[in-house]
Write a protein that binds this ligand. Structure first.
Ligand code: SF4
Length: 316
């Protein structure tokens, strides 16, 4: 059984103008225990809303999200509290996600207090979490402003780990950090994952970030998944023109590396003015007449690889 199972999830917002914003529109995905899934796409594609639905920070307007077999959006009381302990998040900006008025020990230990862990256990658990992210115990006595950006993200990771969760949602975990320390944080996340057998959902706008850490990649565009697959296959043989364009934009230090094809122009459309047919058609270099009026269905192109594009259909 998958640890996280998303079935036809939708999140629509009714606007005062009577228009409907379809931020997430019929997404189905599942993540196995111990796996890393990357969810990628440009800003405004709906990936952060999907993360908020998983964390139950936003109401679902359709479909279901199950964690360990339980329907997340129907949990109450103890079951909801257990879910909140089991699913944690690390956000993009370690400058704003930590309370500047609290010492690091209080920040990291906050979830323990909220979940009624006895006071006598707090300091040992805080110490262990700080050690796990490579910070000394003395860090507990200091304030966030006394740390660098990378160290602050380590503090945020320690806070996410302290309740011993099963799933961590990493929302752009390194994009606010200096390039020189990004690799350190990624390596740390990978080491912690193998040690604790954690499951990760990594949200990113940049495919390069997730290439080496994800088992499975889902590409999102205007509220829908347009391609999904095993990381190796998707990176070596992207089938959707949008994925090809995202990959073409990844800088490669090796000039002999084969360039991914694809080039798109323009901005992602507003979710208030959803294009007809294939939502990507106004920007797609390969669009054909059918794309303007008929939305493509998903097609399996390999055992763990599917894409929603009319041309994938005709190629298979
Ligand atoms: Fe491009 Fe058409 Fe495929 Fe959409 S369905 S990605 S517009 S070729």
């Amino acid at each position: 059984m998958a640890l996280l199972d998303i079935e036809d999830a939708t999140c629509h917002f009714d606007m005062p103008s009577r228009q409907v914003v379809k931020a997430v529109d019929g997404v189905s995905l599942s993540i196995d225990r111990g796996q890393t899934m990357a969810l990628v796409g440009e800003s405004g594609c709906g990936k952060s809303t999907l993360a908020r639905l998983i964390l139950r920070l936003e109401p679902l307007t359709g479909g279901a999200i199950r964690f360990d077999g339980e329907d997340v959006h129907h949990l109450q009381g103890h079951a909801l509290k257990r879910f909140r302990a089991q699913v944690q998040a690390v956000f993009q900006d370690p400058y704003s996600s930590l309370n500047p008025r609290l010492r690091v020990g209080a920040i990291v230990g906050e979830p323990l207090k909220a979940h009624g862990v006895p006071r006598r256990e707090l300091s040992a658990r805080i110490d262990a979490a700080l050690t796990m992210v490579g910070l000394p115990s003395q860090a507990a006595k200091l304030y966030p402003h006394e740390f660098s950006g990378g160290q602050r993200q380590r503090i945020a990771i320690a806070r996410a780990l302290i309740l011993r969760p099963a799933l961590i949602v990493l929302d752009e975990p390194i994009s606010a950090l200096d390039v020189s320390i990004r690799a350190q944080i990624l390596n740390l996340l990978q080491d912690i994952q193998s040690e604790l057998h954690l499951t990760y959902l990594v949200i990113a706008h940049d495919l390069a970030l997730v290439e080496h850490m994800s088992d499975v990649v889902a590409v999102m565009y205007l509220g829908q998944i347009v391609e999904w697959g095993n990381s190796e296959t998707l990176f070596s043989d992207p089938r959707h023109p949008y994925t090809q364009a995202l990959l073409a934009a990844v800088p490669r230090p090796d000039p002999t590396f084969p360039r991914a094809r694809g080039h798109v122009t323009g901005e992602i459309a507003s979710a208030l003015e959803m294009p007809s047919g294939c939502r990507f058609h106004p920007r797609c270099p390969d669009a054909i007449e059918t794309c303007r009026s008929i939305a493509p269905l998903e097609h399996m192109v390999a055992p763990i690889h599917k894409a929603a594009c009319h041309l994938v259909d005709s190629a298979s």
